[in-house]
Design a protein around this ligand. Structure first.
Ligand code: ASP
Length: 341
């Protein structure tokens, strides 16, 4: 009798656990970049600041969703908070190019209509994600670059700032360090793979991009990504973030995806669209599809992570680096933030 009773309790608990797991419906996922983020090299103040910023960003987007606004509104509001926060490599606090400039990239995509907009290499738009949205909604184009994109944003009535606005000491110091390490690397690389043996990974300090995927009350998904790119980038380099299908993609039929990491590998693997395709044509789950796509990046030697959210509110946030700033919020407003593995 006793064992029957025990068995019944066990069965009930398993069922209850299962149901609660199934009911966990995420409405937003965000990231603040992936990279060598180690607990031992983080101060408590810095960690608290990251957690506070990610929480505030999630709350801003969630408020939009709760008030019945679109997932696009939620993505834009969320990314504004992160772009305005100097801790992240997007908007204020963006990394520097080799010649000491901040050239920003951003993209947004609407999962309902498959409309998309992006900007690359802008230098004066305070919130590049809004410029990307303006390209999507107010032009017949998908992607604008450089001075033209800045001009378009100005004409669209967006806030324009002096390029100095983006400057932060930490990123400036990061550039000096990168330039130094690059010259060391060049010497060590001369005829050998020594730099790798010595553990010099010249892309380590280059992450910090921000991204968001949201699912609104109407069941529509939207995804957006915003970044300063990679420290020490040269010659007008553009990363994966503003390239639709590489770093950013969204389709109501599959998922919304925002990537972060070594952009060149994400472009070559068309990561975000590959995830959507694996779901659409192979019937894989968002988690399975994302794992396959990220594994490919890893096998090629690239590193980073991604966030993905499907139309049912299932999400995944894989990464192959030491850490990734990331957060989620469920339909009932429960927030979770993580940084390390
Ligand atoms: N993916 C971005 C780029 O390559 C960098 C990052 O995610 O931090 O531009």
């Amino acid at each position: 009798m006793k064992s029957i009773k025990l068995f019944a309790i066990l069965l009930f608990s398993i069922l209850a656990l299962n149901i609660s797991a199934q009911q966990k419906k995420y409405v937003m996922v965000i990231h603040g970049g992936a990279g060598t983020i180690l607990k031992k090299s983080m101060t408590p103040e810095k960690e608290a600041a990251y957690i506070a910023a990610l929480t505030e960003a999630l709350k801003a987007g969630y408020a939009k969703i709760q008030s019945g606004k679109s997932s696009l509104d939620a993505v834009e509001a969320t990314i504004h908070i992160l772009e305005n926060d100097p801790h992240f490599n997007a908007g204020k606090g963006a990394v520097f190019t080799h010649d000491g400039r901040n050239e920003l990239d951003a993209a947004i995509m609407d999962g309902k209509t498959l409309m998309a907009g992006s900007v690359a290499g802008v230098t004066t738009v305070k919130n590049p994600i809004s410029a990307a949205r303006a390209v999507m909604e107010k032009s017949e184009h998908v992607m604008l670059v450089g001075a033209g994109a800045d001009q378009f944003a100005k004409d669209a009535g967006l806030e324009i700032v002096n390029p100095k606005y983006f400057w932060t000491k930490e990123r400036w110091d990061g550039l000096q360090q990168a330039i130094k390490e690059d010259s060391t690397k060049a010497v060590l690389d001369h005829g050998s793979k020594k730099s790798e043996l010595l553990g010099i990974k010249n892309h380590d300090y280059k992450f910090g991009t921000v991204g968001c995927v949201a699912l609104d009350k109407a069941g529509n998904l939207a995804a957006g990504t915003s970044t300063g790119g990679m420290t020490n980038k040269k010659y007008g380099r553009v990363g994966d973030a503003p390239i639709i299908g590489a770093g950013t993609y969204c389709n109501n039929e599959t998922a919304g995806i925002s990537c972060t990491g070594w952009g060149e590998f994400y472009i070559r693997n068309v990561v975000a669209k590959t995830i959507s395709d694996l779901m659409e044509y192979k019937g894989l789950s968002v988690t399975e599809a994302s794992k396959i796509a990220l594994d490919k990046v890893g096998k090629m030697g690239g590193d980073g992570g991604l966030i993905a959210l499907d139309k049912k509110g299932n999400m995944t946030m894989p990464f192959n680096t030491e850490g990734m700033y990331r957060g989620t919020i469920t339909a009932d407003g429960k927030i979770e933030i993580s940084i390390y593995k």
